[in-house]
Ligand binder design. Sequence first.
Ligand code: ATP
Length: 311
Amino acid sequence: MGDVIRTERLFKRFGKTQTPAVDGVSLLVGRGEIYGFLGLNGAGKTTTIRMLLGMIRPDSGASYLLGKKVSAGRTEVWTKVGYMVETPYSYPELTVRENLELVRRLRRIADVRAIDAVLEKLQLTPYRDRKAKNLSLGNAQRLGLAKALIHKPEILILDEPTNGLDPAGIVEIRELLRELAAEHGVTIFLSSHLLGEVTKLATRIGIVHRGRLVRETDVGELQRDLQKSLLVNTRDAEAARVKLTEAGYRVERTAEGAMALTGGSAIARPESVARLLVQANLPPTLLKVQEEDLETYFLRTIGMEGGAEIS
Ligand code: ATP
């Protein structure tokens, strides 16, 4: 059995709530894969991950890591797993280095150089002597990742790993995760509510909605499915709308007052749109190809198919 992560019909209901938090989620993730677990807030991502790690017990169903069944108290598999679930907790009065030293001891890692190596990897060396409570949100997140990585796990399970990071930090973490998967064969399972972010990194995607796995695809397929539009604006949006419509473009006004052109020709040749506007003395102030986000994708596909409301 080559699956590194497997869940079988995981089910969890909290108290007497009507809708289960997780409702029959079965997943398979192979070695070296980067699996993006996508869902809106409250969709059931964190609860699934907690069950996957044995932090909470499912009402029914089971999960397996490296072929071994996960259950509370069964800790041997944890030596091969790194995880970060929700906002990572660190001891606020201890420095970055001291926090990592604690994890090193807990994990019984003999080599003290593991700390410097992971500090370097996460670009935390300049902050090594700073107390955790004085870290920026992004660096606190990096420290969380450092703790998840210090023992060089085979599996990395991350809940919204780029929370709080700025765009440069997001790129950096993406590169790091990509390298771990490609060069070290680490299997990565990460959750997010940001479709654009996950499609840049994951090889396979599972979409969870109201506790159910509603779609599983490889990332190329999802990207082909995503609707793209060319966002355009000028100083006189109405005049530009008339001009573009006359030229045969399909134009919709956006809530922000700009225009979205949805036809294939606009997306393939944005420069033609720019030229037309310049010639009409309406030079563009905005010209950008944009992919739809998770909410819009839901409304257009899953929401319509299943009649599910987005809440
Ligand atoms: P988020 O990104 O907001 O954390 P999520 O997709 O991770 O969302 P979960 O945190 O798994 O979603 O929550 C799924 C549902 O279960 C939500 O309706 C949530 O309110 C509920 N829930 C989660 N944990 C508990 C708990 N300990 N007690 C009661 N309800 C809970």
